[in-house]
Design a protein around this ligand. Structure first.
Ligand code: SF4
Length: 313
């Protein structure tokens, strides 16, 4: 053992995710039942398709009832507090309930490229990532598979899982589902994409996105608070918000950042992202058929500072 390794391990081991306590008192099983029940008339997201996923019916997201994994690996391109030294244990799930026309992962999210996985498969995947030294289990686009993910936790806990769970989502979430995740998710990482319903309709067919994201951010923050890290700067619990700056101001950066600062917290960790590129069908919409300029990005960060935000960008 190298010098200090025991201390480091003790510091990290001091964190115990609350899903372990929920399992101990029998609450996790109740949540699994409640979440699984939603699949019968699916309202896992605000689209409320009411299809019977248990019978194989598919809704707007096109997701099957059996969860599909596209890839699972230690990701070093995520936010610094998630990556730490050994990576974020990222599990990319297929399909998406938002289906933006500029999707950067359309082969996974729209075309569903991935392999079916049972709850046991998923539990083993989580343990593999933990054994590789990852600092968390980071579910990418989990919304339409939430019951299946939570159903895999008892087996994973039995196998020794003790890492924080990251819920890395589009922000187009059902409040009912997010409330059922209280104490299960340690780190919420939603996008905050739009604050203008006409753009939310045009690019994501979700005109209610601005209304939804406001309530969802409040509930997530109520549950986990601002992002907290351990002595090594690795995230343990809290809210981490992503905002992708888009060309021509269609992401309403000013309104998004103002809402976060005024209604959530000025201590919010906000990753203001500059990597927009016109993917998938974005070229059909000339106003977003280009990358953002340096000036557009700078304006967004200046706005954030003007609202007294200071973390994550
Ligand atoms: S998760 Fe899929 S099927 Fe369920 S309500 Fe949302 S879009 Fe519809």
């Amino acid at each position: 053992m190298r010098a200090g390794e025991g201390v480091e391990k003790a510091l990290w081991m001091a964190f115990v995710p609350s899903y372990i306590e929920l399992e101990r008192i029998g609450e996790l099983e109740k949540r699994i039942q409640l979440l699984s029940g939603i699949l019968k008339e699916c309202r896992l997201c605000p689209r409320e398709c009411k299809v019977d996923r248990l019978k194989g019916e598919k809704g707007y997201c096109r997701a099957p009832v059996e969860l599909r994994i596209s890839s699972a690996f230690p990701h070093f391109g995520e936010e610094t507090p998630l990556v730490g030294h050994h990576g974020s244990g990222t599990i990319f799930l297929t399909h998406c309930n938002l289906r933006c026309i500029f999707c950067q992962n359309f082969d996974i999210s729209h075309q569903g490229q991935g392999e079916p996985a049972t709850p046991s498969d998923l539990a083993r995947a989580m343990i593999r990532l933990q054994e590789m030294g990852c600092h968390n289990i980071n579910f990418v686009t989990p919304t339409h598979y939430t019951p299946q993910i939570v159903s895999s936790l008892p087996e994973a806990i039995e196998m020794g899982l003790h890492l924080p769970i990251v819920y890395n989502c589009s922000g187009y979430e059902s409040l009912e589902v997010i409330r059922l995740l209280n104490g299960i998710v340690d780190i919420y990482m939603p996008d905050a994409k739009y604050m203008d319903e006409k753009f939310a309709e045009r690019y994501s067919k979700a005109p209610d996105y601005p209304l939804v994201i406001k309530e969802v951010l409040k509930e997530m923050h109520r549950q986990v608070g601002d992002l907290k890290t351990n002595q090594k700067g690795v995230a343990e619990r809290g809210l981490l918000i992503r905002h992708l700056v888009m060309p021509g101001g269609v992401a309403s950066s000013e309104s998004v950042l103002k809402f976060i600062a005024k209604e959530i917290s000025v201590h919010s960790y906000v990753n203001i992202m500059d990597q927009y590129r016109p993917e998938y069908r974005a070229h059909e919409y000339p106003e977003i058929g280009r990358r953002i300029t340096h000036k557009e990005y700078l304006e967004a960060t200046q706005l954030a500072k003007g609202f007294r935000l200071y973390r994550g960008f």
